[in-house]
Design a protein around this ligand. Sequence first.
Ligand SMILES: *[C@@H]1O[C@H](CO)[C@@H](O)[C@H](O)[C@H]1NC(C)=O
Ligand SMILES: *[C@@H]1O[C@H](CO)[C@@H](O)[C@H](O)[C@H]1NC(C)=O
Ligand SMILES: *[C@@H]1O[C@H](CO)[C@@H](O)[C@H](O)[C@H]1NC(C)=O
Ligand SMILES: *[C@@H]1O[C@H](CO)[C@@H](O)[C@H](O)[C@H]1NC(C)=O
Length: 652
Amino acid sequence: MGSARSWVWLFSFLAFLHTALAATRSFTIDYEHDCFRKDGEAFRYISGSIHYSRIPRVYWKDRLLKMYMAGLNAIQTYIPWNFHEPSPGQYDFSGDRDLGHFLKLAQDLGLLVILRPGPYICAEWDMGGLPAWLLKKKDIVLRSSDQDYITAVDKWMGKLLPMIKPYLYQNGGPIITVQVENEYGSYFACDYNYLRHLTKLFRSHLGDEVVLFTTDGGSLGYLKCGSIQGLYATVDFGTASNVTACFEAQRHAEPHGPLVNSEFYTGWLDHWGERHWMVPTAAILKSLNEMLSMGANVNMYMFFGGTNFGYWNGANTPYAPQPTSYDYDAPLTEAGDLTDKYFAIRDLIKMYKEIPKGAVPPSTPKYAYGVVPMKTLRTVSDALDLLAFSGAVKSLYPLTFIELGQSFGFVLYRTTLPVDCLTPTPLSSPMNGVHDRAYVSVDGVAVGILERNKVISINITGKAGSQLDILVENLGRVNFGKDINDFKGLVSNVNLGSNVLTGWLMYSLSIDEAVREGRLQKEGSVLSAPAPPSSLSPPTFYAGSFVIPDGIPDLPQDTYIQFPNWRKGQVWINGFNLGRYWPARGPQVTLYVPANLLSTAAPNNITILELESAPCDPGPCAVEFTNTPFINATVTPTLTRPRRLQVKEDLL
Ligand SMILES: *[C@@H]1O[C@H](CO)[C@@H](O)[C@H](O)[C@H]1NC(C)=O
Ligand SMILES: *[C@@H]1O[C@H](CO)[C@@H](O)[C@H](O)[C@H]1NC(C)=O
Ligand SMILES: *[C@@H]1O[C@H](CO)[C@@H](O)[C@H](O)[C@H]1NC(C)=O
Ligand SMILES: *[C@@H]1O[C@H](CO)[C@@H](O)[C@H](O)[C@H]1NC(C)=O
């Protein structure tokens, strides 16, 4: 049969191509000459971190191109598991989650890729990238040989790694190395069987050729539990560390092979209520120069930070959540703008390798759309029928978010006062069980805020039978250290005086859906009780809209939204959850609004959930779009805990 013969021909031809390709494309470790080898040639990477999950897809190319033009020959990215598997077995690799497209863009621009698929990634990302639904097993030991954890990891990696395989360098793609786990030596479990299991799992899906590696802090203590036979050990450290000493630590684990700093910190992470961190360019140049002159491989973390849109930020302990901006004081700003740091690093790289010719793409223009008046919609309590259409779950004692089947956002806990509280009576969470912030009202009147680790008791008054509403906000799950099993909601009982409160109704709120579908706008009546300014109001929705002006070329452009005299809340633009604002705490004041969210075809809709108090009743109240970011406001000193820059122990 003719067709059978042509199939045979085709297969032989493909087999030949494959062999030819494999022969020309290789990426290996040369232990004799202490370097990587790419296609047989000695190779050193100068790389930068960029997380696709923190950038709108339309800007991926712009950011990658700017990195390429800085002289980088590689990028490094994390894959957040919870970004791609929102509920067990339900995968999303579309739109802003289209990992394959991101890898292809990098390759098309001439960038190699250092891939860090986890399963745990830290990254100042909710729960270090682990899906919250893993906590359905209450006593699960994450990042260990725990059978349920391993089953979920095997299933996820069974989906992810085969997708990655065609993008490996030797298969024609951009991926030169793949990291297994992440700073495992900083985790208490020290479970070598877990690392061995992951090694086998990665090998079984990716093959024997690919360079697999680990990353740990630059001292023997970290490498002890973080490194293991079969995975190449690398280290990470910033400008405050001694380069020689850190690489000596790597040499202890890897007597031969390339020197690698997998995370050289160009900046540092922020927390709400703590001052914005900056790392001076001079210090970066000094350490970077030292590493490059030794022939070391360096990945700059971050080269471009981006944004924790929606609810994606993580937190450290004692509980301190990270803000919406992940600017990181990186060489490219949150909006992808060029900085002096960028050009200084580029000039340094120029001394070690050729950098691409041609102009660096410019920073994107920003536009100040101005003041947008907001009108009051309704309180969360008044909108329950629109937000919780499946109704309430009843329980004697409060249930956690995960027990209610919810991962992110807000849950309303409702009960009644069991006794008259005619004098101020403490409403308290003795076990520090408010995770993470609770907005309390009695009969619709806001009476106070409970906050994890900060405010575990407030005084309230009210009559027996009064309605007690506690709206609990998940402020982001712990992403580092032993406390990553971070349950949300009321995770222990709430007391009123000496009474344990019981008989709860719990409303799982689908706020994002309601905002996207415009449900909150449908009935215009204002139901919220006016409150004097500066005191608390119950959590309330507000809405406003603005039109992109005519006659100005190249609009819409990027912008920043700020909230004069607003306190704390969540903001959506045209249904997209931009993130949290909290100017009352700082240091972030403005939120980055990428142009792709804005429309010239219809008025742009802003929805706000203000949790504490809006400047609206009495008005006027407004938000404002400016062309300048402000992420380094002075913070209230009492909220600041002493932390050293770039020292991870301080984050525990
Ligand atoms: C850095 O570490 C090396 C090796 O441990 C040591 O010899 C050197 O004195 C250190 N340098 C500084 C400035 O501490
Ligand atoms: C609550 O009220 C009691 C006395 O009524 C007072 O001693 C206590 O300090 C108050 N607590 C708070 C948190 O305001
Ligand atoms: C804003 O909301 C209005 C009313 O629901 C709608 O007609 C319009 O299309 C929305 N604008 C955008 C950009 O989606
Ligand atoms: C914030 O950063 C800007 C730009 O780097 C700087 O000009 C300003 O002085 C800083 N403000 C504060 C309060 O640190």
